[in-house]
Design a protein around this ligand. Structure first.
Ligand code: ATP
Length: 355
């Protein structure tokens, strides 16, 4: 089912939680709503679900306006951060619940319910745990039960609000991949809220980056990470290095580099900032090419296959953070205190007064 959000705004008292949001979610897509705390992600999810009403704007399912439709009639499956399982019921009964409370005319028989629940248990790999109670499960297992329960009633879409937020890093990682697999199997239109950029980058088909109740960018993980639309997205999606510079003679001069100027090419003289990700910096022992920055190695930290190198530029500018592979690190045989040359392989330039 496709979902269309048009001109949705929402105010709580004087606080504008959503400002004129427009969004198109394709059928079968796994979409992440990503943004800092308070950016409006949950509010948008709740409006799509029908748990909250928008002040203005419309929600369409498959092109049909359902803005006024009650939450129960929207055929939505929910998974929240805090499992919200029924503690007094077994895993089996938790999953069966939505089927048992259906109106009599639509209610499956007991045998059909058993079949469906056993199939779901298999899908979420909890076959042996049907008779346990939630208190006898790990956090990750509980979240898988919550997902099976949401899927039991065959919803048209799945809405997940920070589904892995309460779990530890290793389990989170496991469940992310598992959600991706499950989605690839079921192709059910799904939206999940997260403030964790890695989670969004790893799991989603497309990411909606939100800030202050507005959408900053919509794109595939590659698009938002590699070509951020603005400095906010650049910063929020990962580490950055900033190089201050100026536009003169139709070109931006950032550090020792000349790069294409952003957008409006008629501007003759203005300040700009060049943005580069740490892995886009090359460290050279000997100066190779003109666009290099001289710097002294300040610290070296190895994190798994990646080595992080902090460098102080000789012109007194801010410390540069570079990330190189272990192989490259061995090849360079870097030592703290020595001078090297740093060359950005790619720089994206924005006007300095961006706000
Ligand atoms: P988080 O990651 O912290 O959940 P979020 O991006 O999901 O953040 P929302 O939960 O959508 O943000 O909240 C957006 C803003 O609206 C917040 O400042 C919040 O305090 C406010 N807000 C949300 N719901 C209500 C409400 N029912 N009454 C008043 N203010 C609300």
């Amino acid at each position: 089912m496709s979902i269309t959000v048009t001109n949705v705004s929402k105010q709580f008292g004087k606080f504008q939680a959503l400002k004129d949001v427009n969004l198109e979610i394709n059928s079968g897509e796994l979409l992440a709503l990503l943004g800092p705390s308070g950016s409006g992600k949950t509010t948008l999810l709740r409006i799509i679900a029908g748990l909250e009403t928008a002040d203005t704007g419309n929600i369409l399912f498959n092109g049909e306006d359902i803005t006024e439709r009650h939450v129960r009639k929207r055929q939505v499956g929910f998974v929240f951060q805090h499992y919200a399982l029924f503690r007094h019921m077994t895993v089996f009964e938790n999953i069966a619940f939505g089927l048992r409370v259906k109106p009599r005319s639509q209610r499956p028989t007991n045998a059909q319910i058993t079949d469906r629940v056993m199939h779901l248990l298999q899908m979420v790999q909890l076959e042996g745990l049907a008779q346990r109670h939630p208190s006898q499960l790990s956090g990750g297992q509980r979240q898988r039960v919550a997902l099976a329960r949401a899927l039991a009633v065959e919803p048209q879409m799945l809405l997940l609000d920070e589904p892995f937020g309460a779990l530890d890093a290793r389990v989170r990682q496991e469940l992310r991949q598992w959600l991706r697999h499950l989605h690839d199997e079921l192709h059910i239109t799904s939206i999940f809220v997260t403030h964790d950029q890695e989670e969004a980058l790893e799991v989603a088909d497309r990411i909606v980056v939100m800030n202050h109740g507005q959408i900053e960018q919509i794109g595939t993980p590659e698009e938002v990470y590699d070509t951020p639309a603005n400095p906010f997205v650049f910063n929020f999606l990962g580490s950055v290095n900033l190089f201050h510079g100026r536009v003169t003679g139709g070109e931006a001069h950032v550090g020792a580099m000349n790069v294409a100027i952003p957008g409006d090419a008629t501007v003759k003289d203005a300040n700009v900032v060049g943005y580069t990700r740490p892995h886009e910096l090359e460290i050279q022992r000997h100066r190779n090419g003109s666009a290099t920055i001289e710097a002294v190695v300040k610290h070296i930290t190895a994190v798994g296959p990646i080595v992080r190198v902090g460098l102080d530029p000789s012109d007194g500018a801010e410390t540069i953070a570079a990330e190189i592979t272990r192989e490259k690190y061995r090849e360079l045989n870097l030592q703290v205190g020595e001078s090297v040359h740093v060359k950005p392989k790619r720089v994206q330039v924005f006007w300095d007064d961006y706000s």
